[in-house]
Design a protein around this ligand. Structure first.
Ligand code: HEC
Length: 117
């Protein structure tokens, strides 16, 4: 008879575990962006132009210089406006929507917001 108890226990415990994992995912989805993940993405995709600290001291091409992402002219812009720039690009800035998912763009933006502090 004890196997029934064991099956029931395993079922109960895995139910608990699964419930916790599912809850964790729901929570991280609700957040606006993960700056830690964004940091890796920024170093890989953005730092070459915007500089490691986002101060706009990377590559300069002819035309508009990379924005200083820590300056008030950027930081006072809304998330929506900056996400649009990240997605669609600008003169001298490539559009990122091909490479970055919506969530990744949010992660990068969350990291950019930490640079200004
Ligand atoms: C090839 C160089 C280059 C790369 C790579 C690049 N940018 Fe840019 N970025 C620019 C330039 C140049 C501008 C300013 C364009 C202008 O002023 O018209 C800009 C502007 C911006 C702005 C707008 C700032 C504002 O005040 O409106 C944001 C936000 C931004 N970049 C974020 C990013 C992020 C995030 C990445 C990486 C995913 C990235 N950029 C990668 C060159 C680059």
């Amino acid at each position: 008879m004890s196997w029934i108890l064991r099956v029931a226990t395993v079922g109960f415990v895995s139910g608990l575990l699964f419930g916790t994992v599912a809850q964790g995912q729901a929570e991280s989805k609700a957040k606006s962006g993960d700056a830690a993940r964004g940091k890796t993405l920024f170093a890989r995709n953005c730092a070459s132009c915007h500089g490691p600290q986002g101060k706009g001291d990377g590559y300069r091409l002819l035309g508009p210089d990379p924005a200083n992402l820590t300056s008030p002219s950027t930081t006072k812009k809304s998330d929506a406006a900056l996400l649009k720039t990240i997605h669609d690009g600008k003169p001298n800035m490539p559009p990122w929507k091909v490479h970055l998912s919506e969530n990744q763009s949010r992660d990068v933006l969350a990291y950019v917001r930490t640079l200004a502090k």
